[in-house]
Design a protein around this ligand. Structure first.
Ligand SMILES: Nc1ncnc2c1ncn2[C@@H]1O[C@H](COP(=O)(O)OP(=O)(O)O)[C@@H](O)[C@H]1O
Ligand SMILES: [Mg+2]
Length: 261
């Protein structure tokens, strides 16, 4: 397929398609087996998926997809004529099903965080499609008043996860797990390493990523204002101990996200 091309394939077309090996490879990445491919297609039918749409910035053997991680391959799927994101469990994933991730995503959805869960089976999670720039790209182009609104929204989402007792687990490497949609909403994705048994550190992890990571810190201080990082560090420690609204507000204030400069 040519660069940038998009391709829609209905489920009943997949096995008959001249390119079916490449699609099987995506459904059972990275070791496709005919029996597993057929059983996964049945699973998708049970989820109400009508077609897969191959587009996106990642690429698997020449087929564009939304993304690839160590647990899943993510593609666009159509259900009821609407585009959704479909996370496909890799056959070499270190877990037998997506159930734990589904539970975590469900918990996050309860506090309005994460892509909305639309359905699941052992091998698939069907969820809301979240498109935009990843946090790193967005930060490189960030400017203007909207930055404050976006980041405050991101910290508030992290705060809601903290209050709900769900630790995302990968927000210190947030560039791949936060997507900024065109209206400027910061959405958190990928609850695969999330846990309700660890001590929560969503706010502190994202704050470290944003304000202590050298490049990000420079960009944001230029836009938001000069920050006292030593004070911020100690306030984050206090927040982590107490997890109170008051401590959270102090962090928003110190980073100029509450009222600006
Ligand atoms: N709901 C979604 N909407 C749009 N793209 C998504 C969605 N979920 C995941 N992706 C894309 O797929 C990539 C891999 O997904 P991720 O959930 O991180 O997989 P893994 O658990 O294997 O790390 C992400 O970095 C992102 O680009
Ligand atoms: Mg991931």
């Amino acid at each position: 397929m040519a660069q940038g091309e998009k391709m829609l394939i209905s489920l009943d077309e997949i096995l008959r398609h001249p390119d079916h090996r490449r699609f099987s490879f995506i459904l059972c990445y990275p070791h496709p087996m005919d029996s597993e491919v057929s059983s996964r297609i049945r699973e998708l039918q049970s989820l109400g998926v009508e077609a897969l749409v191959f587009r996106g910035r990642a690429n698997l053997h020449g087929v564009p997809v939304l993304g690839k991680g160590h647990v899943g391959v993510v593609v666009v799927a159509l259900r009821g004529g609407r585009e959704c994101a479909l996370k496909i469990r890799r056959v070499d994933a270190d877990r037998g099903s997506m159930r734990k991730e589904v539970e975590m995503l469900r918990g996050a959805n309860r506090v309005s965080v994460g892509p909305r869960l639309l359905g699941y089976t052992d091998n698939f999670i069907l969820m809301e499609l979240v498109e935009g720039k990843n946090l790193r790209e967005w930060l490189r182009e960030a400017q203007g008043e909207g930055v404050r609104w976006t980041l405050r929204g991101l910290l508030e989402r992290c705060r809601r996860l903290d209050v709900a007792g769900i630790d995302h687990g990968e927000l210190s490497r947030a560039h791949r797990h936060v997507i900024i949609t065109p209206p400027g909403e910061a959405r958190i994705i990928d609850f695969e390493t999330a846990s309700t048994s660890r001590r929560v550190s969503n706010v502190t992890s994202i704050a470290h990523y944003l304000f202590f990571h050298r490049e990000n810190s420079q960009i944001l201080q230029r836009i938001l204002g000069q920050m006292d990082l030593q004070v911020l560090r100690s306030k984050l420690k206090e927040y982590k101990k107490e997890l109170t609204d008051e401590r959270f507000r102090e962090i928003l204030t110190l980073t100029y996200l509450l009222n600006g400069k």
